[in-house]
Design a protein around this ligand. Structure first.
Ligand code: FES
Length: 66
C-alpha cells in the first residue's frame, strides 16, 4: 500500500519504522522520509496515495499492539 508517492514509501516501511521508533509523526517522517516533499500524504484525504501517513501510523500501531 502506497503511503508516500514523492518518496516511494509503502505501508510495510512505515510499519517497520513504527515498530522500531514508535508512533511520533516527526520521528517517522525523519526515519522514512515519508511526508517530507509535497506533504499531500500528511493529509488523510490525499488522493496521491492509498493510505495517508497519519492513517498508516495508526494502522501500524493497532497491528503491532502498541
Ligand atoms: S506524497 Fe508524500 S510528500 Fe508527496
Amino acid at each position: 500500500m502506497l503511503v508516500c508517492d514523492c518518496n516511494d514509501v509503502n505501508y510495510e516501511n512505515i510499519k517497520k519504522a513504527v515498530a522500531e521508533f514508535g508512533t511520533d509523526l516527526e520521528t517517522i517522517k525523519d526515519e522514512t522520509s515519508a511526508g517530507t516533499a509535497c506533504e499531500c500524504c500528511l493529509e488523510e484525504d490525499c488522493d496521491r496515495v492509498e493510505l495517508a501517513l497519519p492513517l498508516a501510523i495508526k494502522k501500524a500501531k493497532e497491528e503491532l499492539g502498541i
